[in-house]
Design a binder for this molecule. Structure first.
Ligand code: TXA
Ligand code: MG
Length: 314
């Protein structure tokens, strides 16, 4: 055990976090999607610290966060399609998987030995300030123990990682609440993980349909395991009626313990999803039952997370 510093998202906290990154430490920080656990992407020892703190399997590669486009250009090779979506959605909740540039200097632990790299330019002002202050690429998975519910507040990070990481920068609640959309390219664009930007939005920007990855495709996101985002409780999906003793997570105008969005708004539901799962799980219920959430737009990403939260645990 070590003591984890709690830093404010002011100039002092940002300078301290950047110093810790330079010293090879892992520091959690807010992004608009979820909190990330960041470390210097060029430092093997620092990256090993992330895998250790999260108990993350080493075959699961990390996303590298950059402050601006030139920083991303130094790391990966760009195609016209990749440039078009970056222009449309960066900074924002979109990660691009592109060919790693030889000599980019990224630790092999970050890519888990793949010849591609996942890159993202976050929009959160605190994340941007941290990346600018640090001045280098920051690898960051979500700041939770591997396989568990993702953190959208500094307290979620603390509950999962206190004593295991150097510091947490507190930037309030994450606005999007779901991880970034991951887009890969295998000739055509492939949706590797649904997320904060919908497949329809990507298709519109690219002018070609973006298809979701299916099992057996060559390109994949190795971290997309069936069980993920798992609370301690079991999860029952598409609950149209409630059973006794369950914690009730509603959507739309239903009676429940917590509502993702009483108004039936998918953006609001995405922002509340992980926080509500954390809260209901902390109540100690054996099962969390969840109302049906429409499978369109952001609802596809919400249902992806819920299906993994409900999947049999490995
Ligand atoms: O919103 C987000 O993306 C957050 C914030 C912190 O930026 N990060 C995040 O990281 O969700 P993580 O580690 O929880 O999920 C990263 C996913 C994993 O499923 C991993 O397998 C995939 O990205 N990934 C990373 N590098 C890849 C690569 N080269 N090819 C395919 N998938 C990759
Ligand atoms: Mg994660």
């Amino acid at each position: 055990m070590r003591s984890t510093e709690r830093l404010k998202a002011d100039s002092h906290g940002i300078a301290r976090a950047a110093t810790l990154w330079r010293d090879g430490e892992a520091v959690a920080f807010p992004t608009e999607t979820v909190y990330g656990l960041g470390a210097d992407a060029r430092n093997d020892h620092a990256i090993a610290g992330i895998f250790e703190a999260k108990a993350r399997p080493s075959f699961n590669p990390l996303i590298v966060h950059v402050a601006d486009l030139p920083a991303a250009e130094a790391l990966v090779n760009w195609s016209d399609a990749a440039r078009a979506v970056a222009q449309a959605f960066w900074p924002g909740p979109l990660t691009l998987v592109l060919p790693l540039r030889p000599g980019a200097g990224v630790s092999k632990l970050v890519t888990a030995g793949l010849n591609t790299l996942a890159v993202r330019m976050p929009a959160h002002p605190v994340a941007r300030a941290l990346l600018a202050e640090f001045g280098g690429p920051v690898a960051a998975p979500s700041a939770n123990r591997s396989g568990r519910i993702s953190p959208t507040q500094a307290d979620h990070v603390a509950r999962s990682l206190d004593g295991r990481i150097a510091a947490i920068v507190d930037g309030g609640a994450a606005e999007v609440g779901l991880e970034s959309t991951i887009l890969g390219f295998d000739g055509a664009p492939i949706l590797l993980r649904p997320g904060g930007i919908s497949g329809d939005e990507l298709s519109a920007a690219l002018g070609v349909p973006v298809v979701a990855r299916s099992d057996g495709d060559g390109v994949s996101a190795p971290g997309q395991t069936a069980s993920h985002y798992a609370p301690a409780a079991d999860v029952r999906l598409d609950a149209k009626t409630w059973r006794g003793g369950e914690a009730r997570l509603g959507f739309g105008p239903v009676e429940c313990d917590l509502n993702l969005s009483a108004a039936g708004d998918l953006r609001e539901a995405a922002a509340n999803l992980f926080a509500h799962l954390h809260t209901l799980d902390a109540c100690g219920a054996g099962t969390i039952a969840v109302s049906p959430v429409p499978r369109r737009g952001l609802g596809l990403a919400i249902n992806d997370r819920l299906a993994r939260a409900a999947a049999p645990r490995g």
